[in-house]
Design a protein around this ligand. Sequence first.
Ligand code: MG
Length: 283
Amino acid sequence: MVYRFEFRPYQLRFKRSLVTCHGVWSTRDGIILRLTNETGTGWGEISPISWFGSETLEQALDFCRQIPGEITDETIFSIPDELPACQFGFESALGGLGSTPLPTPPSLTYSGLLPAGEAAIEAWQTLWQQGYSTFKWKIGVHETQEELEIFEFLTHTLPASAKLRLDANGGLKLQEAHLWLWTCDNVNANDELPVEVEFLEQPLSVDQFQEMLELSSCYATAIALDESVATLNQLAACVQKGWQEIFVIKPGIVGSPSRLRQFCQQHDIDAVFSSVFETAIGR
Ligand code: MG
């Protein structure tokens, strides 16, 4: 099959900047793709997060610029693994072709993202009113002691059915990770605190896999790998090295959607799917 290929970069400012231990992120830069042939039009989106492990926007743009205006399936399925966000964008555009309207996804439950620091204390209430009951809070941004105090306040004030996920983005020191996991175990074991801490996400940096594996055997609170499994090859490697807790998968940057689907069918993993702050097209 031959498809007409067009692309356009976009830039969108977040309503509220995302603050992680890597710094402040204010603008989503990405690329919208369109494939057309006689069966219809397919849309796709390339939304890299290079600090997370994908290609850079510039590399994705270079790739789009060097391919011709007419492409084939072979062009799409031979995008190198070094361009995982491009693999996602092109393959999902292809998947959308000829299947309009898009199939309705099964009803999903989402976790609402709280701002880092004490702003979380106000922010959860709005999200709760919007129907969220699971919240994700970024840690490793401020001093541990300060964050532990806010955490304690949150665990005492969140409604009984609320669930909390902590995300350190790889920013904790080993001792801090122990302290957080110990604290989470205590909250989960305390019947007077009805809030459940579901997991701690990526406590340590990607090169500290072994330490995270050891942490996972020391505490009841689950650990989720996120940065460690940014791409499909990393995901496969962590499964192979014996990770048995949670995997956070960002389809927008992990690579080929068909290979991801196949991987999830072949391996019985506990997966959480996560956004890369893409537009509705990528979502
Ligand atoms: Mg994360």
